[in-house]
Design a protein around this ligand. Structure first.
Ligand code: GLN
Length: 311
């Protein structure tokens, strides 16, 4: 049911319904994010058959920010042959994305969806040094998106310069023995990962690739093994919306990742990938339009994982 309904779903109709939602405020952690147009709104869907449906604005670029975290985790699992599972926890924190907190007892980052975990996974991908890792991340994300993505160097510089909490986390993880790379290299690779430019359509293809077992439904190319995709989507379900993850799973019921650029990437297992973009955020750093749009999309297509009507 969900798959055939997804093929005829009109993303512009959903966008129109989201435009009057004016709550939340744009993130101001770096000048480039503060300059985002609060009225920007876009929706994109990618079905299991590789149909891509984008609303107006779905080709407008923005920096991926934390929506990169599931894909960094996937690349780290791939490049370490699964060893990344031992290096990062998978339990939700109930805290903000940039909390200065590691797993008690082990000193590992609590999960790969918070900043501590993503700093570590960015340092675990192949590449040797920060430049090599940034390029490996850019090309890996491009495989998920099915097209060549670029890094916005200005955004990366701002992230690196202004990311004091990320520097603190990287040093803390070094002190705990959790991070083996240089602290500054980890921040540099992570800052550039957050600065990769995507648009709603690219992000929806990326989400679909995870939802569909690691094979990009548009290019037909396998990007990661099925078990890597499954593990990543499982962690998105429990940790993807930070301290709002429990509420998200009840009200939307689709594994997703939020980001400070106002994008949400959704991976509905076996059915579709989607992205909903709107820069104003709520207190948990979740796009207000993204959250409302995700609830509507899930209800209309019967995507809720725990709904008895899931098609
Ligand atoms: N660049 C941001 C940071 O690390 C990403 C955070 C986010 O999107 N939640 O602070």
């Amino acid at each position: 049911m969900a798959s055939s309904a997804a093929r005829s779903y009109d993303p512009d109709a959903l966008r129109e319904r989201l435009l009057p939602e004016r709550g939340g405020s744009v993130n101001e952690s770096i000048p480039q994010l503060a300059a985002a147009d609060p009225d920007h709104c876009a929706v994109a869907l990618v079905t299991a058959g590789g149909d891509v449906r984008g609303s107006r604005g779905a080709a407008e670029p923005f920096s991926v920010q934390s929506a990169v975290k599931p894909f960094l985790f996937a690349l780290a699992l791939l490049d370490t042959g699964g060893e990344a599972h031992d290096r990062v926890g998978i339990e939700p924190t109930g805290e903000a994305f940039d909390a200065i907190k590691l797993e008690s007892g082990t000193g590992r980052p609590p999960n790969p969806m918070v900043n501590a975990g993503a700093l570590l996974t960015a340092a675990l991908v192949d590449g040797g040094d920060a430049d090599g890792r940034a390029e490996r991340i850019r090309s890996g994300l491009s495989a998920f998106a099915g097209r060549e993505l670029a890094i916005d160097d200005d955004v990366a510089r701002s992230e690196h310069l202004l990311g004091d909490r990320n520097h603190a986390l990287a040093h803390l993880m070094r002190a705990e023995g959790a991070l083996q790379a240089e602290a500054d290299d980890a921040v540099s690779a992570y800052a550039r990962a957050c600065a990769v430019l995507v648009d709603a359509e690219a992000l929806a293809v990326m989400g679909a690739t995870l939802a569909l077992g690691g094979r990009n439904p548009v290019t037909g190319r396998r990007v990661v093994p099925a078990e890597v995709a499954r593990d990543v989507v499982a962690v998105m379900a429990s940790c993807g919306v930070y301290d709002g993850s429990g509420r998200w799973m009840r009200s939307v019921g689709v594994p997703a990742k939020s980001s400070v650029s106002g994008a949400i990437v959704l991976s509905a297992p076996g059915v579709l990938g989607a992205a909903i973009v709107g820069p104003p955020l709520d207190e948990q750093g979740t796009s207000v339009r993204g959250r409302i749009g995700s609830e509507l999309l899930s209800a209309e297509l019967g995507l809720h994982l725990f709904g008895a009507d899931r098609g």
